[in-house]
Design a protein around this ligand. Structure first.
Ligand SMILES: CCCCCCCCCCCC/C=C/CC(=O)SCCNC(=O)CCNC(=O)[C@H](O)C(C)(C)COP(=O)(O)OP(=O)(O)OC[C@H]1O[C@@H](n2cnc3c(N)ncnc32)[C@H](O)[C@@H]1OP(=O)(O)O
Length: 302
């Protein structure tokens, strides 16, 4: 972590050369609609589309997986896209949003941990830790433009950003609802919650598995702005401008000062956290609940 320079403190060595880029098209670039020069070149993969604007130094990153459930492939593609932007000094900020109607991110892809072997569950959880560490410590400004439902792992993705703008739609609820699924948020999800909304509000919301509608999410401090749906992107851009008005080195070092202890806690216990996760989700009782929950989701659709 090149802390002294104050420019790049994301822990690069964290990234493993995962051999799971099966089926991805990462690194492919294509001209954005309307053509244009380098500033208008977008790149991406099957599940993440990046629209960079070199002139402003801001890239819009759009998730485009079914329900944006965090599959192993989506996690990997997000990490790689993030790293690509961090390595390009043109960029100072990312707006993270969804290309999927009504859903910002459905959280963990439960099919990645239901009926899978322990080795797969471990690989999956390590990828989840990796994305959180990368986002939480990113040197770039990350603004979440939340244009859909944002439960559980989706909420964590949003909370890893520096600022959150939520569309004012009562169906777009946000929060950590793990307890309602019979599972327990690991300590680093809890820590992220506490860092955002404080101890008492987190204690209540975590135990109750609360999913907050927009007005309540604003009141409790889970999001920074609630705006009409058609103003989410423009408001995210205005927020970005506000954050980019601060000199990078001062903002980056301050961010690091605020977040490092929380990230270090996971880094110190990463293997134990993975083992806890695997032994928990591989229990027969948890597998049965996951199966029943997935079945309910599929039936609800029909
Ligand atoms: C003492 C010991 C301690 C040890 C501790 C360590 C262990 C810790 C345990 C682990 C915890 C970890 C943390 C978990 C966080 C999570 O993220 S869990 C996932 C939670 N997510 C949800 O509950 C969301 C479920 N989805 C929805 O509510 C809705 O789908 C939606 C509101 C997001 C969207 O609604 P809608 O637009 O109506 O879409 P649907 O028709 O419902 O869904 C479409 C499609 O997607 C599938 N799907 C949805 N969500 C998921 C998902 N999370 N995973 C997998 N698949 C999902 C859904 O089944 C449909 O599929 P089909 O098209 O029918 O195939």
């Amino acid at each position: 972590m090149a802390l002294a320079s104050g420019v790049r403190f994301a822990p690069r060595a964290l990234l493993r050369p995962w051999a799971l880029l099966r089926g991805t098209t990462l690194g492919r670039t294509e001209p954005a609609a309307g053509g244009g020069g380098d500033g208008a070149r977008r790149f991406g993969s099957q599940r993440v589309l990046v629209e960079p604007d070199a002139a402003s130094g801001v890239a819009v990153m759009k998730l485009r997986n079914p329900s944006n459930a965090l599959s192993l492939e989506l996690l990997t593609e997000l990490v790689i896209s993030l790293e690509k932007l961090e390595n390009d000094k043109t960029f100072r900020g990312i707006i993270l949003t969804s290309d999927c109607p009504r859903v910002f991110c459905a959280g963990l892809d439960l099919t990645e941990i239901c009926g899978r072997n322990p080795a797969h569950c471990a690989e999956y959880w390590k990828a989840m830790q990796e994305l959180w560490l990368r986002m939480y410590l990113s040197s770039l400004v990350l603004v979440a433009a939340i244009n859909g439902a944002c439960p559980a792992g989706g909420c964590i993705i949003a909370l890893s950003c520096d600022c959150r703008v939520l569309a004012d739609n009562p169906k777009y609820r946000i929060g950590l609802n793990e307890t309602l699924l019979g599972i327990i948020a690991p300590f680093w999800l809890k820590d992220t919650y506490v860092n955002t909304i404080g101890h008492r509000a987190s204690e209540q919301a975590l135990q109750l598995g609360s999913l907050f509608p927009p007005a309540e999410a604003l009141q409790v401090g889970l999001v920074d702005q609630v705006v009409p749906e058609d103003q989410v992107q423009s408001t995210a851009l205005s927020e970005m401008a506000r954050w980019l008005a601060v000199p990078d080195h001062a903002r980056q070092l301050t961010k690091n000062m605020m977040r490092k202890a929380t990230a270090d806690r996971l880094l110190r216990q990463r293997d134990a956290d993975t083992q806890n996760f695997v032994s928990f989700v591989c229990r027969d009782s948890i597998q049965k609940s996951l199966q029943a929950y997935l079945e309910k989701l599929r039936q609800r659709k029909g």
